[in-house]
Structure formats: structure tokens, C-alpha cells
Design a protein around this ligand. Structure first.
Ligand code: ADP
Ligand code: ASP
Ligand code: MG
Length: 818
């Protein structure tokens, strides 16, 4: 005998019921013996609760809610049954609706819906659905009859969630089935107590009904048909990449369901386990898929962690004080007092110092629990050896579950690493001695992020999703987007990285798409669907989404955006940016940003601040980390100045070259911004700070190469006029250098603690002598690289190389986040 159960979502619509009839006909024609349990149509139990609440509050709107309930079932009958069956079913249904209507009117009159009344009201959902479907099955040629489970499932009078009298129930089931050999179509969820009073088995209880019938009949298998492909590695509503667990033990399934996996109602597993009846979880919407098998067969080769679950709302209560230390019986008194008050404890943890005991309960009973405990320890509290109970609310518990964790060290390490890298604080930790479950209490706002981070860490170690939030989609930003788009498939396949841009903004608009913005259409989407840009709101939204593996990218040159870095790092989000402002402004700020990143365990990366995509800062850091001594750093670190001086040769004039550089886009629109050395100064400051020097802008000596008239010119045009007048001056400098076999270069230099920027004539064996184009070159003279310095050279500006540098940092951060 097989026991099948179809949940509310599987019978939410008439066409779904037809699908189920097909599944059942398949079994029937094969000659399999089965019985089938049905839940109320999807949403019906909630609707019944709501209409009773309206009636109890004296709101006449309950009538409209009742009408909708009635109509829904009549519509189903009309859609599913032919006249001959309709003629029998409709009057019966209407009789039952009449009873419910009167019942609700009674609730309306007395303004009260007790748990006992509620159970009776709720029973109409399951009774309607099983009754209608029994007739649909008969119409399809299956010899079936309707069984109201109140006839066979016997409970106590704990209305709302009654306890089953197993012996009596099993006996009744056996008797009933012995006399009814046709297919029994059973109401889930409902049962009855002595005197025939209607009870229910608790929300989600139809699963339990199926297990009870299976145990009573010693069935060969239970099949729970629902709307997902079995028990998944995590709740699919919270973790999109959750996947089916092919097989698990009863104990694992029990832990998963107790820890919030709604797919199975927890008490269901007990009767199945007792009789060792295997249980399949299958998908009505995908019937050929195998689903999950739950049995007593452990799978020693499976993942160490089988699944991840969470309970979204808990409160944590802590009892603490010196009165706990070394005093036996405290825990006993604590938990007995809670048990006596009927308070269920979700999790317990005690520090080894015995100074405190914390326990989690549902928030609704937190105050009651505190009161009970404070009564119990009134004497100790009056003696001040135990402190008043502390309550922390708005918490969640996340748990990793699996039998194989027992055999594997390092699981907890991985758990806390995944949480830590995502900036999630563990409020309390508990591990059952069975090692079947490690639970962590966290802030509720971090729940989804924690689930996703843990899921990725335990199940998808070979694939990882990065969530990018990018401000600045100008030349560098749009090039970066293009690179990410083109490299997406490769990164996914070869590196297991899925890079999604979840938020993007320019100075006018911002756009968010949690599943990732379509990179083929981002410009139009940003323009058409974007909201008004405000950096504070952008960053607020990034924090609120609270996605795992979030990386912030600032492609602007904006001081305003840079002003948010502290907040971002403090929110445990890594940053990659070509924006130099944050790192090159005050030294105190630089230090603070570094310290926050270190404290939060996140990355703050700005390699592209010096030499764009060239590995300048990383090379410098590698030298320092490996114990080398930096003696001198010299650099041509401005592509514009490099171009100007590399091309300033005999037969040209300085002003012409500057003009050419401007026209080719090598300089800012006003070339003085490059020629005054301020950009070079920022880069030198950054390099100096990386070596540990607390350098400020005023510590850098800048040689002013422009004559006064050039500096003071009002417009770019008059500047060029003044510059032309100065051509003889520059020509003289050039000719003098050339006469000595030298070339002019604008060099940034750090030697000891001295930082200078100036024009120098370098001779032909100097690395800068042969620079060409707009290349950057940085020369590190160190203890190890003294005779032949270490040189980094290449194009040090331009959107493509800068974007590539940022892209590389994104991948580095991504690798770190694993
Ligand atoms: P039914 O109406 O069939 O009883 P439920 O809504 O009670 O269905 O349970 C199925 C739902 O449980 C799924 O739609 C899914 O959203 C949720 N769920 C939560 N955790 C899990 C999990 N680990 N695996 C599968 N489903 C889960
Ligand atoms: N219909 C009941 C509920 O919604 C029982 C069930 O679906 O299992 O809780
Ligand atoms: Mg259910």
C-alpha cells in the first residue's frame, strides 16, 4: 500500500487537480494499491482564519470572504465535474456551506473564535477539497470514496495542534481500511477528539495525516507531493540556487523541518521513522523528477552538510550572573520553569565559564518566558547574584544540518569564515551533541545573506556569485561593463564566478536589479527605469539588499562618493576604485579606511590609482611584505606629462606638443591641471603612504614648471597664448639637456622621507630616457633591487587598461570571499 499526499499548492487550481488525476490514474491502471490525502485548496486555510477573525471582530466583511470561499469551491465543481456528478456533489457541498455560514454568524454574534471553534471552521477547507476530488477521481473511472479523517485519527483536545492517540488511531485506520478496499480519498490536517469534537494537527498537518495512515497500514511508501522538486538544500524562496537533496535520513529531515524547512511538517517523520517507511518528496509540477528520498539509509559519500535552514523570528533570552557559577541545578530549574509554562525552547547555549545561559524562543512568548524565569530566580535576583533576564529581539537562527558533519573537522571553521567574510555577527552559537546541527543566532536583517553565503560555501564551492554595485558608468565604467559582459561566460565556466551588476548609477540616475542588470541593455534600462540618483540612497539600498559577496565600485572622481567609503567598509562591503580622492586626501582618513577594512575583514583596493592597470601598488606591497627595504621610488606616473616630454624633440615647440596632447585627449581640457603636478602629487602621496610614511599634500615639493603668465591666464585659450610666448624658455631647457646627451622628464620621487616632483634631465642610461608614447614607468630601488632596480612600465592611462585593473580587483576580491 502506498500513501500519497497532495499539498495545497498542488490543488490550488482546477487544472492542477486534473494533473493529479493523471498521476493517480497511472498508479491505478498499474494495479497499485494506494490511498491519497489532500490538503485544502491553496490559500483556503488562511482565508478561513481571516474570515473568522473578521467575524470575531464584528466586521461584516466576513460575509464577502465567506462568499468568495463558497464560490471558489462551486467553480471548481463546475469546472471539474460533469452533470451527473455535479448533481450529487453540489447539494452536499451547499449543505456544508450552510453549516459554515451559520458557524461564522455565531462567531460574529459572540465576537469570539476560540481555538476549538477555529478547528471546526478550518476543517471545512480539507473536507471540501477531499470531497470534491474524490468525486473527480470517481468520474475518471477510479473506484474511490471520500474519507473524513475525523473518523480515524483520534487526538486529545489540544485544539489548534492536537496530540495524536496513536494506538487508537492505528486501530481505527486498520479497521476502516479493512472494510473499504476502494481508494480512500482522505482529508488532511483534521482529526477528532473524544465526543467527536473536531481538532486539527497544526498548520501544515496534512503531511502528518499521511504518515499516520501509512504507519497504521504498514504502508510500503509515503509520497508527499508538493510544489518544489523535493527537499532542497535551502529554502528556495530565500536561496535561489538551492537544489534538490536526492536522499537524506529521517534524522536529517527532522532537523531540517524543525529548523524551518516548511516542505515537511516536523511531526510527520516520527511515525515514518518508527515503522521505517520510506518517504518521497515529489513535485506535482514536475512529476517525472525523482525528488527526495527520506529513509534510514545514510549516504556516507554525500555532502558533509545536507541542508541549510532558518527560523526567521526568534528572541534570545540570557540569564547571567555569578550565581550560576558552579551551582548545580540552575539549568534544571530554568528549563523546568519554562516547560511548566508551556514555552518551547528553540535553542540553548551556555558559555563554558558558566557565567550565562542563553536560550531562544518565539518572540511572542519572550516576555512570558522572562517573567517565568524571573519568578523562578526571584531570590537569587534579590541577592544580586543573578541579573535580570536580558532579551534580544529581531533575531534569526540559521542552521547547517547533516549526519556527515560528525566525521568532518573544519565545518564550523568554514561556517564562521563564510559569515565573517560577509560581515555577519554571530550573537550565539549552539551545536547539538549529535553533531547533526550547528546553529547560529544572527540579526534578522542578515538572514537571507547568511543563508546565501553558507549555501555558497558548503554547496557551491566551485561557483560563486559576486554582486556588484557600481557608481560611475562613464568611459571607465562603461568599458568595465563591456569587459564583464564579454568575459562572463569564461569566468563562469573556468573560474566558477558569476559576476552580476545589481546596482549601477551615473550622476543622474540609478538602477537596481537583484537578479543582475542585463548588460546588453543597461544604458536604456538606466535611462528608462532608473530613479533619481542620490549616492546616500544608492548606498542605503546596497546595504538594505544585504546580498552575499557584495562589492562596491566607484568609477567616479567624486569626493562626495569617496565620502561614503567609511560607511561602506563598516558595512563589511569590499571596495575597488580608480578614484584617488579617498586615499590621497588627509592621512588620518587613509589610515582610518585601512583600519576599518582590516577590522571588518574586507578588501579596500585602489591599484588603478597609480599607473591604471599596471601592477604598481601591488608590487610595492609585495616588496614590503617580503621584507625588502624601499630606498627610492621614482616614477613618470602621468600619461599626459609622459606624452608631452617624450614628444618634445628638436624641431617641435613645447606649446605645440601640449596642444597636440590636449587634442588627442591625453590631457584634461585645461592642460594646466596636468602640468601643475597635482595629479602626480596624489599618486606620489599614495605610494609614500603604502610604504608607511604619514605623508600629507604639503609635504610634497612640487616644482612649478609653468611661468607665471601661463598660470594666471584666465582661459585655456589665453593660456595657450602665454605658453607660446614661453616656448623659447622650454626650448632652452631642452637644448641644454640634449647638449649633455640627456632628456627632460617630469619625475615624481620618493627618497627616504623626501617627496619631490620636478623636471629633471636624465641621461641615456636612465630607465626614463627611452620612455615613449604616454607610457608610465615606476622604478623601485630597494635593498634587493639596488644595482638593477625593479621597473614597472606600460600604458598608465586610458579607459581599457583602467577598467581591466578594476576588473582584476573584482576577481581578486571574489577569490578572497570564498
Ligand atoms: P504544500 O502546500 O505542498 O504542503 P508547503 O508550502 O507546505 O507545500 O511546502 C512547500 C514549500 O516549502 C516550498 O514551496 C518552499 O517554498 C518551502 N521550503 C522551505 N524550505 C524548503 C526546503 N529546504 N526545500 C524545499 N522547500 C522548502
Ligand atoms: N491546510 C492546512 C494548512 O494550510 C494543512 C496543510 O496544508 O497541510 O496549514
Ligand atoms: Mg505543507
Amino acid at each position: 500500500m502506498k500513501v500519497l499526499k497532495f499539498g495545497g499548492s498542488s490543488v490550488a487550481k482546477p487544472e492542477r487537480i486534473r494533473g493529479i488525476v493523471d498521476i493517480l490514474k497511472g498508479y491505478y491502471t498499474k494495479g497499485e494499491k494506494f490511498t491519497v490525502v489532500f490538503s485544502a485548496f491553496g490559500g483556503v486555510t488562511d482565508a478561513l482564519i481571516e474570515m473568522s477573525a473578521l467575524a470575531a471582530s464584528g466586521d461584516e466583511a466576513y460575509e464577502a470572504a465567506f462568499d468568495a470561499f463558497r464560490q471558489r469551491h462551486i467553480d471548481a465543481v463546475e469546472e471539474l465535474l460533469k452533470d451527473e456528478f455535479r448533481a450529487v456533489v453540489l447539494p452536499e457541498l451547499e449543505r456544508s456551506h450552510e453549516v459554515l455560514k451559520n458557524l461564522l454568524y455565531g462567531v460574529f454574534l459572540v465576537r469570539e473564535a476560540s481555538l476549538r471553534t477555529m478547528d471546526y471552521v478550518l476543517s471545512f477547507g480539507e473536507r471540501n477539497s477531499a470531497f470534491i476530488i474524490a468525486n473527480v477521481l470517481r468520474q475518471s473511472g477510479i473506484s474511490a470514496s471520500y474519507l473524513d479523517a475525523r473518523r480515524v485519527i483520534k487526538t486529545d483536545k489540544a485544539f489548534g495542534s492536537a496530540r495524536v492517540d496513536f494506538k487508537l488511531t492505528y486501530q481505527k485506520i486498520r479497521e476502516h481500511y479493512a472494510q473499504h478496499p476502494d481508494v480512500q480519498v482522505v482529508t488532511g490536517f483534521v482529526a477528532s477528539a473524544k465526543g467527536g469534537l473536531t481538532t486539527t494537527l497544526g498548520r501544515g498537518g496534512s503531511d502528518y495525516t499521511a504518515a499516520l495512515i501509512a504507519a497504521g497500514l504498514d504502508a510500503s511508501v509515503i509520497e508527499i507531493w508538493t510544489d518544489v522538486d523535493g527537499v532542497l538544500t535551502a529554502d528556495p524562496r530565500k536561496v535561489k540556487r538551492a537544489f534538490t537533496i536526492p536522499s537524506m535520513t529521517y534524522a536529517e529531515a527532522m532537523e531540517m523541518s524543525h529548523f524551518g524547512a516548511k516542505v515537511i511538517y516536523p511531526p510527520t517523520l516520527q511515525p515514518a521513522l518508527l515503522k521505517k517507511i520510506p518517504l518521497y518528496i515529489k513535485n506535482t509540477f514536475n512529476p517525472s523528477f525523482e525528488g527526495t528520498l527520506i529513509s534510514d539509509h545514510a549516504d556516507p559519500d554525500g555532502h558533509a552538510v545536507k541542508g541549510i535552514s532558518s527560523i526567521s523570528h526568534v528572541a534570545l533570552l540570557t540569564l547571567s550572573g555569578s550565581g550560576l557559577f558552579g551551582v548545580p541545578g540552575i539549568a534544571g530549574r530554568l528549563f523546568s520553569s519554562l516547560a511548566a509554562a508551556g514555552i518551547n525552547i528553540i535553542l540553548i547555549t551556555q558559555g563554558s565559564s558558566e557565567h550565562s545561559i542563553s536560550f531562544a524562543v518565539q518572540p511572542a512568548v519572550a516576555n512570558k518566558a522572562r517573567k517565568r524565569v524571573e519568578e523562578e530566580f526571584e531570590y537569587e535576583m534579590s541577592m544580586k547574584v543573578i541579573s535580570p533576564v536580558k532579551i534580544e529581539a529581531d533575531l534569526s537562527v540559521v542552521a547547517i544540518i547533516g549526519e556527515n558533519m560528525r566525521y568532518q573537522p573544519g565545518i564550523s571553521g568554514r561556517l564562521f569564515q563564510a559569515l565573517g567574510h560577509n560581515g555577519i555577527n554571530a550573537v550565539a552559537i549552539a551545536q547539538g551533541s549529535s553533531e547533526l546541527n550547528v546553529s547560529v543566532v544572527i540579526n534578522r536583517t542578515d538572514e537571507a545573506k547568511a543563508l546565501n553565503a553558507l549555501h555558497e560555501s558548503f554547496f557551491l564551492s566551485d561557483t560563486k556569485e559576486l554582486h556588484l554595485f557600481m557608481i560611475g558608468v562613464g568611459l571607465i565604467g562603461s568599458t568595465l561593463i563591456e569587459q564583464i559582459k564579454n568575459q562572463g561566460a569564461y569566468l563562469k565556466e573556468k573560474r566558477g564566478l558569476e559576476v552580476r551588476i545589481v546596482g549601477m548609477a551615473n550622476s543622474r540616475q540609478m538602477l537596481f536589479q537583484e537578479e543582475g542588470i542585463d548588460l546588453d541593455n543597461w544604458k536604456a534600462a538606466l535611462q528608462e527605469k532608473g530613479m533619481d540618483m542620490d549616492p546616500a540612497i544608492f548606498i542605503g539600498k546596497m546595504k538594505e539588499l544585504n546580498l552575499s559577496n557584495t562589492i562596491f565600485i566607484d568609477n567616479t572622481a567624486s569626493a562626495k562618493v569617496a565620502g561614503f567609503y567609511e560607511d561602506i567598509l563598516n558595512s563589511s562591503i569590499s571596495i575597488s576604485t580608480p578614484n584617488k580622492i579617498a586615499v590621497s586626501s588627509g592621512f588620518a582618513q587613509y589610515q582610518r579606511l585601512k583600519a576599518i577594512a582590516a577590522r571588518r575583514g574586507v578588501q579596500f583596493m585602489y591599484e588603478t590609482n597609480v599607473g591604471a592597470g599596471l601592477p604598481v601598488i601591488s608590487t610595492l606591497n609585495d616588496l614590503i611584505i617580503s621584507g625588502d627595504q624601499i630606498l627610492k621610488i621614482e616614477g613618470v606616473v602621468s600619461g599626459s606629462l609622459s606624452f608631452i616630454f617624450n614628444n618634445f624633440k628638436a624641431g617641435t615647440s613645447f606649446s605645440e606638443i601640449v596642444k597636440q596632447a590636449q587634442e588627442l585627449g591625453y590631457t584634461e581640457p585645461d592642460p594646466r591641471v596636468d602640468l601643475n603636478g597635482l595629479d602626480v602629487q596624489r599618486k606620489l602621496i599614495i605610494l609614500a603612504r603604502e610604504t608607511g610614511l604619514p605623508l600629507e599634500a604639503e609635504d610634497v615639493e612640487i616644482e612649478n614648471i609653468l611661468p607665471t603668465a601661463c598660470r594666471e591666464a584666465d582661459t585655456v585659450e589665453t593660456f595657450f597664448g602665454a605658453l607660446a610666448n614661453s616656448d623659447p624658455h622650454f626650448e632652452q631647457l631642452r637644448a641644454e639637456a640634449e647638449a649633455e646627451g640627456k632628456a627632460l622628464r617630469m619625475i615624481a620621487k620618493l627618497e627616504g622621507a623626501k617627496a619631490t616632483i620636478g623636471l629633471e634631465a636624465v641621461d641615456s642610461d636612465h630607465p626614463f630616457y627611452n620612455l615613449s608614447g604616454s607610457d608610465n614607468m615606476i622604478v623601485f630601488t630597494t635593498e634587493r633591487y639596488k644595482d638593477r632596480p625593479l621597473v614597472v612600465r606600460g600604458p598608465g592611462a586610458g579607459a581599457a587598461v583602467t577598467a581591466a585593473g578594476v576588473f582584476a580587483e573584482i576577481i581578486t576580491i571574489g577569490n578572497y570571499l570564498s
